[in-house]
Ligand binder design. Sequence first.
Ligand SMILES: *Cc1c(COP(=O)(O)O)cnc(C)c1O
Length: 369
Amino acid sequence: MKVPYFDIRAHYNGISKDLEKAFKTVLSGQRIILGPHLRQFEAQYADFSGTKYCVGVGSGLDAITLSLDAVGITRGDEVIVPSNAYIAALDAVSRLGATPVFVEPKEATYNIDPDLIEQAITKKTKAIIPVHFFGQACEMDPILSVSKKYKLNIVEDNAQSHGSTYKGKKTGSFGKANATSFYPTKNIGALGEAGAVTTNSKMIFNKISMLRNYGEKSKYENELIGYNSRLDELQAAFLLVKLKNIKQWTKKRVKIARLYSEGLKNIGDIKLPVTEKDVTNVFHIYPIRTKYRDSLQKYLFNKDIITSVHYPKPPYLQKAYSHLGYKKGSYPIAENLSSTSLSLPIYPEMKDVQVEYVIKSLIKFFFKQ
Ligand SMILES: *Cc1c(COP(=O)(O)O)cnc(C)c1O
């Protein structure tokens, strides 16, 4: 039996009629950029996120960059990011001339540890980027209270947790400007590059709407130094199809996660993902931890089970960030997660027999240890 990490063919086959219809509708329309499908998607994604506004942009990285720009992050500022962040958050901060400052995650949830934020704040700190990892919301109450105390902006990185909630409130609705990605393999994915910013602030909405389109206030009136980062009509039309299905897909992911968690209880040294009590997890990724990670990954590969590692190297150890001067050992929790985490296949089209095969193979591996 073959178990891919993500089955993009099965995913598209399930909705191919709707995707073809969406394509034809755009093809027969008059607008390709900033048209009716984008407006409709923005309205529906804002509604999905429980925010007043949404602005579609070109990618998740652009969504973070434009959000930071819109809240005023500039040269010399410091922005707090988790030490296990995906590189995009660091790149966005750095492109604005600001410096990322790291805070360790909680090992059990991979999400930023709110208790460690305060000690990382300096006079230069201007914002915090909580990254909602793997499908579960960060603990927002303590993050919001520290941000209030020091007057810091929150810019969520919600690329992996579309629809997750903290105390009943959706991710992407807590910060001043919140970024998400619709990269094809995300829970809501385009058929190319796409992202969005969600916000409750009219001012931020107006600013991002201008920034993504050369800073234009109206045609050929450029009020801000802009970007070109417009979510196109075709991707918006595809995303409308995806959005229609997201509830049902999330249910499947949650079901697979439950099967894994039941089947892998007390197996070897496996540590299963933990979901905090105030949070709903949409399981973009199902990570387990074991000190045998590398040999387990090879063993599963030889059984046609494809796994992944999110992420093999912490961002502050990447060559691109060597100028910051961090070394191995700077953030032990992030490094421990990098060397022990293994992401098991999880996607809505995954069959129960495939889940069972993965579980059985894991049990066999640990039986031999
Ligand atoms: C995918 C991802 C991004 C970047 O999104 P792109 O659309 O690829 O630019 C940013 N942050 C996290 C946590 C992601 O998973």
